[in-house]
Design a protein around this ligand. Structure first.
Ligand code: ZN
Length: 246
């Protein structure tokens, strides 16, 4: 999962494991989550959805939950939740689904803090990468993807590109070619060797590099805003399981 926070407001991206626990570890109050964005339907990104909804309810969340993502991901998430008997869960927050069209620059949501747009990337199922603007900072998130021009478009001018190499020729770790590719995606950022797809998830928090490019394993980070801007930070934890690229 990733969580983007600015000025005390935050939203969640994906929930492949126990996202509530990760939010608490990141110092966030899960009941205050403003929105949930699901990048795609693979289990390592949404299998914790039902648990997330249950825990939010148990913690006292009652306000409706806006949920964004490709239509297929929303359908799978709700289907997973729907297998449970919840009719006696009084006050269960309403889940309001907003499909994101597979278009470059597709609006995801915009509020007083965040402007979030999306673009389809290259993966075996419909998947969106994200561009998040808040507090004078811009962060791009590739989601699971092979090499795709839309990652560069999402990252154009961004302060940070967080990448998830997956599925064939991609931005996987190390090597001069990869570093050169990263420079093209996030000019000005110093590329760091990324972990290859398939490393074990849940190895605990780690800081994202502050200089622009990171990805490929669980991450937990705080980014300082420009001195002139309001408080902003990115808090994230991403996880994937060992095995072939999905
Ligand atoms: Zn995937």
């Amino acid at each position: 999962m990733l969580a983007f926070e600015c000025e005390g407001r935050f939203f969640l991206v994906d929930c492949g494991a126990d996202a509530t626990r990760e939010m608490v570890r990141a110092g966030l109050d899960p009941t205050e989550v403003a929105a949930i964005v699901l990048t795609h339907e693979h289990p390592d990104h949404i299998s914790g959805f039902a648990l997330l909804i249950e825990k939010l309810w148990l913690l006292g969340r009652r306000a409706p939950l806006p949920i964004f993502g490709p239509e297929s991901a929303l359908r799978v998430a709700e289907a997973c939740f729907g297998v449970y008997t919840t009719d006696k869960w009084d006050g269960l927050p309403e889940r309001i689904y907003h499909p994101v069209p597979p278009e470059l620059g597709a609006p995801v949501f915009r509020d007083e803090t965040f402007t979030v747009t999306a673009a389809p990337v290259e993966h075996p199922v419909p998947t969106i990468g994200l561009r998040v603007e808040a507090g004078g900072r811009t962060v791009a998130y590739s989601a699971d993807t092979a090499q795709h021009d839309n990652v560069a478009r999402l990252a154009a001018g961004a302060d940070v590109l967080h990448r998830e190499p997956a599925g064939g020729p991609c931005l996987s770790g190390g090597g001069g070619r990869d570093r050169a590719r990263c420079r093209r995606l996030a000019p000005g950022a110093r590329p760091r060797p990324a972990r290859r797809h398939g490393r074990r998830a849940e190895r605990g928090p780690r800081r994202l590099p502050r200089d622009g490019v990171g990805g490929g394993r669980p991450a937990h980070s705080r980014l300082r805003p420009p001195a002139s801007s309001a408080s902003a930070r990115l808090v994230g934890a991403t996880g994937r399981s060992r095995g072939p690229a999905r």
